[in-house]
Design a protein. Structure first.
Length: 288
């Protein structure tokens, strides 16, 4: 049990808000002007946590906030007043138990497997395969090689996607080309640490468990998700040079080598975050 004085926790809260604002400030400015961004918006559309929710600081489970200002937290979902201050409601452990169990299975399974570094980000290509020029998933963003060139790249290599939440967006013609037929019930048995989306999803597992998980870990996982999303889209079939993203041309040997280097670096960055989150989840399960 950790008890924080009002000066201690408000300083952490304010530092968190400043850090978040520095990271997502450009997104908020675009949002205010109604300008869409095919790379960054994904982090607030596919992932459901809103910017205001990301800005809200959470101390994590078994931390008590003291002082008059802490009463504000008692109004937030998942918190309650306790004998020694305000903190996450212990009843959340039971209400979130099924999520904790599933998250533990996914994280532990992913960490137990070797990284596969031979997918080359083809999942984005498979999502538009044989869909024609109108099949783009990002309005106004052209295909770098055109529809025929995109199809040719998919047909020149094997699809080795292991992530169900990417696979489920494959076009019908691409589904059968994947080496694995993926299903939701197999997710915990298929995820592997080389997958960009497995790394990005660390952010999702964190926010689904807020306020049991602290905001420092949440934000570090969000920053990883931002970096993975950038590589994901640079290696995609879309031409994003107008937005300042140079392509990783995975249709060439040089581009594939570049992708593998960047993918490996992201996997190494994700590993300690996954371990930290897994340790947190297991601690919460033990306390439930």
């Amino acid at each position: 049990m950790t008890v924080l004085t009002q000066d201690e926790w408000t300083a952490r809260r304010d530092a968190h808000r400043s850090r978040v604002d520095a990271v997502i400030g450009p997104h908020l400015e675009r949002q205010a002007h109604g300008t869409r961004h095919p790379v960054v918006d994904f982090l607030f559309t596919y992932y459901s946590l809103r910017p205001a929710q990301l800005r809200r600081w959470h101390p994590g489970f078994a931390v008590r906030l003291t002082g008059p200002a802490a009463r504000r937290y008692a109004e937030f979902s998942g918190y309650r007043e306790l004998a020694d201050g305000v903190g996450a409601d212990p009843a959340l452990l039971e209400r979130r138990r099924s999520m904790l169990v599933f998250t533990e299975r996914v994280l532990a399974g992913t960490a137990s497997r070797p990284a596969q570094l031979n997918c080359f980000g083809l999942h984005e290509w498979a999502m538009v395969y044989r869909g024609g020029d109108d099949a783009v998933r990002h309005s106004g963003t052209p295909l770098r090689l055109g529809a025929r060139g995109t199809d040719a790249v998919v047909e020149s290599m094997n699809l080795r996607c292991t992530h169900f939440d990417a696979f489920r967006f494959f076009t019908p013609d691409a589904v059968g080309r994947n080496e694995l037929a993926l299903a939701r019930e197999d997710q915990a048995g298929r995820e592997q640490p080389g997958c960009l989306h497995a790394g990005m999803d660390l952010y999702k597992w964190c926010y689904k468990l807020v306020p049991l998980v602290d905001s420092d870990l949440l934000l570090r996982c969000f920053e990883l998700a931002m970096a993975a999303r950038e590589l994901d889209m640079r290696a995609s079939p879309y031409d994003l040079r107008a937005l300042g993203y140079d392509p990783v041309c995975i249709e060439t040997p040089t581009g594939r080598a570049e992708y593998v280097r960047a993918q490996s670096a992201l996997a190494e960055r994700a590993a300690p975050l996954r371990a930290e989150l897994l340790d947190t989840v297991r601690t919460l399960l033990a306390a439930s």
